[in-house]
Design a binder for this molecule. Structure first.
Ligand code: GCV
Length: 679
């Protein structure tokens, strides 16, 4: 019990040593008085709960708070009840979550209500795309906090432990209770004893915070590291190999969470290599976990170079197996049918798989949303997704309800977010990218929260050392929150409005490249595959007379999406190939509307700059200038997005850019040669 208490003090001391580099996240220490804590039990988790209360108490000086663990049928999982004098929960983790909620309410100036708070999902998991050599796929905040290259890569230092504990604390404070420690493009080495020892070390630190460790594994591990001739999931030696491996892991890590698997996707091996199905592969692994209570998260992110429409493939491949997966398998589905684009309709698998546990995978790291350069608050995108109506069981069948167990009796419920965390002092590369980590956790706990509520909380907690006066509220909180809330729509406007998607240059997925189609590259990795611009018009025809993707949705969505007149304009070019002069709801022709969106997006970022410059008196100099500098770059790059896309598509539309839109300042030829990341 001593270790966590001692180390949390170290963390709290370390926090004070940092200048305003953002390392303290939303957990700024602010105790303004003493508190008496009464709790009949003691344990490492409860010791943390006590420490947190003592360290951050902002209530009445000398108040008493009672922490009670007792069976309460109204509480689900690690849910908690706040009462007039304390916190009650079924589990120790529940107490800890209740403590963080209590402190959050105090720090955001709210009265502590008598309420019950139950988590929307049983498992709230970060997915790290970290490799054993310390690099991070799609990571924009430095190297991995878990893995390190080099001779001493596996040596565990005191710094590692402090960082892992800070990480655990931050996650627990927002309700995250699981983390996949390595990339879904998994190295087989992850299952070697050296790696597993390190996983154990991390898991030991995460445990008192209620966080389980999970791993991504390579499907062909039995042949790659196990010396077997095959990795066929129905082969008895392969089955036994996985059983033994899972048993070994539980010997080291008794509360291990389970595996995440990317199989038969983007060149990763899988059961189909042996003529078997996704169900064969997932069930074989699930059986190995059954005795230990672990789960298998099997990803539905599959597509092949030859399919007519990549957006259709996950549904086509997985729907035939609905009901055939073991109950400890969860199918992990990306929010959209393609790949974490700035805007996509929801994946039609949500709600359609009624007899299988399905979980959503969101991307916190901004692979397609400006890396750690652009200020883009992602909660509005996730809120839009979670609140999307699937109509699978009539009205009210939102994506949230198709995954949280309230619509279908899923054995397990979960949600995953691809982490944006690295070794950068501020963890996420951009100070405002922390808000996305925060928002993921808060939505995973309560999928009904609004992005506005979360932004409000995060701003108060993250910048609360500034002063919570009316002046601060009016001149910092309100305008900055407005930037956050409009930032995702701004990014959609200057990158891919009206249903455009995947028009990035090269595979860094940062700058514009609607022209990008080098010889030999898979067609479905090139923008022309997605925008299909020609002199007639633009957009991907996914109607009944096109790829028929619309039919993967439940009525009335099929009909709604199928008709350009009823298709929401935000998805227009996702579902339709339309003439350049197609008349939009505004009365403008499609081309003019496209230009207007790009122009608006750029103007929005310019406005963000002005608003930010004005808040200088209300924020520390370090974070002010770091964000100011990033906004300058974002503005330059929004300009490039606008110019590149408009000048490129203009070659097909052959129409002038409306004269009320700012003129391009770049030449297309130059932009086609440039790598925007360097500009
Ligand atoms: C981890 C996209 C990304 C890849 C990622 C893949 C996936 O294709 O560009 O980096 O691989 O999605 O989610 O598996």
């Amino acid at each position: 019990m001593k270790a966590p208490v001692y180390s949390i003090m170290l963390i709290l001391a370390a926090i004070n040593l940092h200048a305003e580099d953002g390392h303290s996240l939303w957990l700024r220490s602010k105790s303004t008085g003493s508190v008496n804590i009464m709790c009949a039990k003691s344990s490492p988790a409860l010791a943390i709960a006590r420490q947190e209360l003592e360290h951050s108490w902002q209530g009445k000086d000398g108040a008493t708070i009672v922490l009670t663990i007792k069976k309460d049928k109204a509480l689900k999982g690690d849910g908690f009840r706040l009462t007039t004098n304390g916190i009650q929960a079924n589990t120790e983790s529940g107490i800890l979550y209740g403590v963080y909620e209590w402190l959050r309410l105090q720090q955001t100036g709210q009265v502590i209500p008598e309420v019950i708070s139950n988590p929307s999902y049983e498992r709230r998991i970060l997915n790290h795309w970290d490799n054993p050599d310390g690099s991070i796929e799609r990571g924009y905040a430095g190297l991995s906090i878990f893995w390190r290259e080099g001779e001493n890569g596996f040596a565990i230092t005191e710094n590692d432990k402090v960082l892992w504990q800070e990480y655990a604390r931050a996650n627990a404070s927002i309700g995250i209770n699981g983390t996949v420690l390595n990339n879904v493009n998994a190295s087989p080495l992850i299952l070697t004893s050296e790696c597993l020892e390190r996983v154990k070390a991390v898991a030991d630190i995460l445990r008192p915070y209620g966080i389980k460790a999970y791993l991504s594994v390579k499907f062909s591990s039995p042949s790659l590291i196990g010396g077997l001739e095959t990795s066929d999931p129905l082969n008895p030696d392969v089955i036994n190999w996985w059983k033994a491996k899972v048993k070994d892991i539980y010997g080291l890590i008794p509360d291990f969470g389970g595996f995440l698997i990317k199989a038969n996707s983007e060149g990763q091996p899988g059961p189909q290599d042996f003529g078997r199905t996704h169900a064969d592969g997932a069930n074989m692994m699930a059986d190995a976990f059954k005795p230990f209570g672990g789960i298998v998260m099997w990803r539905a992110f599959v597509y092949s170079p030859n399919s007519e429409d990549r957006a259709c493939q996950a549904y086509d491949e997985f729907m035939p197996f609905d009901g055939q997966f073991r109950d400890n398998v969860i199918i992990q589905v990306k929010n959209g049918p393609v790949d974490f684009q700035p805007r996509e309709p929801f994946s039609p698998l949500f709600g359609a798989m009624k007899k299988t546990s399905v979980m959503a995978e969101l991307q916190i790291t901004q692979e397609y949303l400006g890396h750690s350069i652009h200020l883009v608050y992602l909660a509005p995108m996730w809120e839009e997704f979670l609140k999307s109506e699937t109509y699978q069981e009539g009205e009210g069948s939102t994506v949230a309800r198709t995954t949280d167990g309230s619509l279908f009796p899923q054995k397990h419920t979960a949600i995953a977010g691809v982490a944006n965390i690295g070794l950068d002092a501020n963890w996420c590369g951009h100070h405002f990218a922390q808000a996305n980590w925060y928002a993921f956790g808060r939505l995973a706990w309560d999928n009904q929260l609004t992005s506005e509520e979360i932004a409000d909380e995060w701003l108060k907690l993250t910048f609360s050392d500034v002063s919570v006066s009316k002046d601060w509220h009016d001149n910092f909180l309100t305008p900055v929150k407005q930037i956050m809330l409009s930032s995702r729509e701004a990014a959609v406007n200057y990158m891919m409005p009206l249903g455009f998607h995947h028009i990035f240059a090269a595979d860094h997925h940062y700058g514009p490249g609607p022209w990008w189609a080098p010889k030999g590259v898979r067609k479905d990795w090139t923008p022309p595959y997605y925008h299909r611009a020609d002199t007639f018009g633009v957009g991907f025809d996914r109607t009944k007379s096109g790829s028929n993707a619309v039919c993967q949705y439940h009525e009335p969505l099929t009909s709604l999406f199928n008709d350009p007149e009823t298709c929401p304009e935000i998805y227009l070019l996702w579902f339709h190939h339309l003439p350049w002069d197609y008349k939009m709801k505004s009365g403008r022709p499609l081309w003019d509307e496209i230009c207007k969106h790009y122009g608006t997006g750029l103007q929005q970022v310019r406005q963000f700059q002005i608003v930010w410059d004005k808040v200088e008196p209300y924020i520390d100099a370090d974070r002010f200038s770091a964000v100011q500098s990033k906004l300058r770059k974002q503005c330059r790059h929004a300009q490039i997005w606008k110019d590149a896309c408009l000048l490129y598509f203009q070659q097909f539309s052959r129409k002038p850019i409306p004269y009320d839109i700012e003129r391009p300042v770049y030449d297309l030829d130059d932009l086609m040669k440039a790598d925007m990341r360097t500009l």
